[in-house]
Design a protein around this ligand. Sequence first.
Ligand SMILES: NC(=O)c1ccc[n+]([C@@H]2O[C@H](COP(=O)([O-])OP(=O)(O)OC[C@H]3O[C@@H](n4cnc5c(N)ncnc54)[C@H](O)[C@@H]3O)[C@@H](O)[C@H]2O)c1
Length: 285
Amino acid sequence: MKLEAGQVAVVTGAANGIGRAVAQALCDREIRVVLADIDGDAVAAAADELGPDTLAAPTDVADPHQVQRLADTTLERFGRVDLVFNNAGMGVGGPIWLVEPEDWHRLWSVNVQGVVNGMRAFVPHLIAAGRGHVVNTSSLAGVTAGPFNAPYSASKHAVVALTEALRGELDVFAPEIGATVVCPGPVDTRLLRGATEGIGTLLGAPAEARQGWLGTLTPDQWERLAPGLSLVAQMADEAMPTARAAEIILSAVEADRLYVTTHPSWTTAVSDRVARIVADMEASV
Ligand SMILES: NC(=O)c1ccc[n+]([C@@H]2O[C@H](COP(=O)([O-])OP(=O)(O)OC[C@H]3O[C@@H](n4cnc5c(N)ncnc54)[C@H](O)[C@@H]3O)[C@@H](O)[C@H]2O)c1
């Protein structure tokens, strides 16, 4: 979809990180932006900084009523909506059987239902207008899978599936409307730093300082875990600035690309995974 001055965009998770940078990049193109975030003070400050053609909308994307109100507020204020960025997300990790049910539930409500709520609230308006583009944020963890990241990775796989399904449904209902799933690699945000710095501290700390399930590991188990943790901690070294990630995302919208990533060189992990799936399936009978 061609981005043009005067269009209206909604960005969730817009108070910080990638969402904040996408909002900035849209404002730079004179696109009016509704910034939605669960952190009301931070989103008000972000909207103030970005100027008068913005609106701060405190919203918990996990709540379908709040997201519906976000759509109503957008249309009341600006009279149209062209672009919807379902970007808000959070992280939860750990061994599958040790993550508490309430943590599974909250993560799923935000990362998966949050995207569903965004599509339920806004897609009907895009179809009625006969124009628009939906951008859902997944992760490279949404097209690969690894240990100790199952809640996050599984939720991001769901976002890929949701966006692929949306593309097929729009092909029937409204082919002119675009859909993109964003699969970022490491981008320099609070979310990434929280994960990598926490792991860096853990790797440098004595065994006695390890807490929770990590404190229960035998020396052998720790030896098997630590190399993988080091790789995650090193992701910080390859973190991309948020402004660059935002430009890559907006280019994908303009090119009407279904998939986009910030780190194309990391997609060998995707091809390796797909090759393994196909090889095992072809060998099945
Ligand atoms: N930073 C990375 O390296 C990276 C990599 C892959 C995917 N992602 C994804 O990109 C998206 C943005 O992440 P980020 O790195 O900018 O994180 P961030 O923590 O910097 O920003 C996320 C924003 O979302 C908001 N938010 C959280 N829960 C919310 C909710 N329930 N309702 C509304 N807002 C909520 C937070 O308040 C915050 O402002 C997420 O979906 C994340 O999973 C990030």
